[in-house]
Design a protein around this ligand. Structure first.
Ligand SMILES: *Cc1c(COP(=O)(O)O)cnc(C)c1O
Length: 391
C-alpha cells in the first residue's frame, strides 16, 4: 500500500496564499508529480512512461518529468517543438496522434522523432512520404463503455483490420514496431486493460506468424486519480496489469502514456466569491474563475470538480457561475454547499489535468496565475490537520 494522500493545501495556506498572490490561483506541487511518477515506476517496473503532455503542459511539470527520465506522448508540431526546445531527445517522444497534420510530420523530420501511431491507410502514405524511417505503432480500438472519456469513439482500428494495415505499412517501407491502445481516460478497473492485453497478445502472435515481429506494446493512458464518490484501488489495478504483462509479454518493450494520473492530483485551485445574488429562490455565487478558465474541464473533460468551502453547518443548494458575461459560464447548478458570502475562498483540489491546459482568455480574463508549492512551502506550510470541510 502506498497510503498516499493527494496534495491538499491547508486552510491557513489557502488564506495566506490568496492574500499574498490574489485569486484565482493555481498551486502546483512538483513533489506530487514526482510521487505519482514513482508510483507508476514501482508498480509497473518494466513500463516506460511517456507523459501525455496535453493533460498539463506546464513547463515546470515538463522539466520535472524530463529530469526524472520520463518519455513523452505528443500530438502536434507545437508539442514536439516545445519538448525539442527543452532539450528532450527525439527517441523519448511518441507522436501518438493517429491523424497527423503535415506540420506535425515536418516537425518529426526536423527533430528526428520516429515513433508514431496510425490507425488508417491514408496515414501510411503521409508518414512514408515525410518520415520514411518511421517506427509505427498501430492504434487499436478498445471498446470500453465505462470509460470516463472514451477516446475509442474517435481513434483506433478494429482488431479485424489490424494485420492488413500493418502489412500495408510494412509494404510502404515503414518499421512496424508494435501496437498501441488507450482504454479511455479515468479507467477505474483493471478489466479494460486486461481485455486489451488479451486482444493484443493474439495480434502479436498472428503478426509474428505472418512475418511481422512486433517489439513494442503501448498500453496508453487512462490510469485514474481519486475522484468524488468513485472507489477503486490503484495499486491493485497496476499490479494486475503488471502480472499480465509479465505473463503474456515477457520479452516485449512496454510503454504507457499516462496524462491525468501524473498531473491531476498535483494542482489545487484557490478561487474567490466575487458576487452573490438570488434567482428563483436559489442562491447564486459568482466566482473569479469560470468555465472559460480552469473549469473548462467541466466542458471538455466532463469532470465533476469538488468545491471545499472552509465553512461548517447545514448545506443549501446553490448555483456557481464564472466571471465572464456569457450565460454558458455556469459551472454547477444545485450544488450542495454551505452558504457563502462575498470574498469567501474556495479550494478545488485535484485540479491539474485538462484544466489550465484548455483555459482561454475569453472576455479579457487572464488565465489563472500559478505558483509552485515547493517554492513557497517554507513560508506557507503549516501542520496538516486543519483541512477544509468538504463541500
Ligand atoms: C489523451 C491521451 C493520453 C492520456 O490519457 P489520460 O487518460 O489522461 O491518461 C494518452 N494517450 C493518448 C493517445 C491520448 O490521446
Amino acid at each position: 500500500m502506498e497510503n498516499k494522500k493527494p496534495f491538499h493545501l491547508t486552510r491557513s495556506a489557502v488564506h495566506e496564499l490568496a492574500r499574498d498572490y490574489g485569486t484565482p490561483l493555481l498551486v502546483v506541487s512538483l513533489s506530487e508529480i514526482e510521487r505519482n511518477y514513482m508510483i507508476l515506476r514501482r508498480h509497473l517496473p518494466r513500463v516506460h512512461v511517456h507523459y501525455a503532455i496535453k493533460a498539463n503542459p506546464d513547463p515546470r511539470i515538463l522539466e520535472r518529468m524530463i529530469a526524472m527520465g520520463s518519455g513523452f506522448d505528443v500530438a502536434s508540431d507545437g508539442e514536439i517543438m516545445l519538448l525539442h526546445r527543452m532539450g528532450v531527445e527525439s527517441d523519448r517522444m511518441v507522436y501518438a496522434n493517429p491523424v497527423k497534420r503535415r506540420e506535425g510530420l515536418a516537425a518529426c523530420r526536423f527533430t528526428g522523432v520516429k515513433y508514431m501511431t496510425f490507425d488508417n491507410e491514408s496515414e501510411i502514405g503521409k508518414i512514408a512520404a515525410v518520415v520514411p524511417d518511421a517506427r509505427v505503432l498501430l492504434r487499436l480500438r478498445i471498446d470500453n463503455r465505462k470509460a470516463h472519456v472514451d477516446l475509442n469513439k474517435k481513434f483506433g482500428c478494429g482488431a479485424d483490420q489490424a494485420l492488413d494495415l500493418m502489412h500495408k505499412a510494412k509494404d510502404a517501407g515503414l518499421d512496424v514496431a508494435g501496437i498501441a491502445f488507450h482504454v479511455g481516460s479515468q479507467t477505474t478497473l483493471a478489466d479494460p486493460f486486461l481485455t486489451a492485453l488479451d486482444i493484443t497478445r493474439d495480434l502479436f502472435d498472428q503478426a509474428a506468424a505472418e512475418g511481422l515481429p512486433l517489439y513494442i506494446l503501448d498500453i496508453g493512458g487512462g490510469m485514474p486519480i481519486p475522484e468524488h464518490k468513485v472507489k477503486f484501488n490503484l495499486e491493485e489495478i497496476l499490479d494486475q496489469i503488471n502480472a499480465r504483462l509479465d505473463e503474456d509479454f515477457p520479452d516485449t518493450e512496454i510503454w504507457s502514456e499516462p496524462g491525468r494520473y501524473i498531473c491531476g492530483s498535483a494542482v489545487n485551485l484557490i478561487t474567490s466569491v466575487i458576487g452573490v445574488t438570488e434567482r428563483n429562490n436559489t442562491p447564486w455565487y459568482y466566482l473569479d474563475e469560470g468555465l472559460y478558465g480552469t473549469f473548462s474541464g467541466i466542458l471538455f473533460d466532463q469532470w465533476d470538480f469538488k468545491l471545499e468551502t472552509f465553512k461548517t453547518g447545514p448545506r443549501i443548494k446553490a448555483t456557481f457561475a464564472g466571471p465572464s458575461c456569457d450565460s454558458l459560464d455556469i459551472m454547477f447548478r444545485d450544488r450542495r454547499t454551505q452558504p457563502l458570502e462575498m470574498g469567501d475562498l474556495l479550494l478545488v483540489p485535484a485540479c491539474g489535468a485538462y484544466t489550465s491546459a484548455s483555459a482561454t482568455t475569453f472576455n479579457g480574463f487572464p488565465k489563472a496565475k500559478s505558483i509552485v508549492w515547493e517554492d513557497v512551502e517554507e513560508e506557507y506550510g503549516t501542520e496538516p490537520g486543519t483541512d477544509a470541510a468538504a463541500g
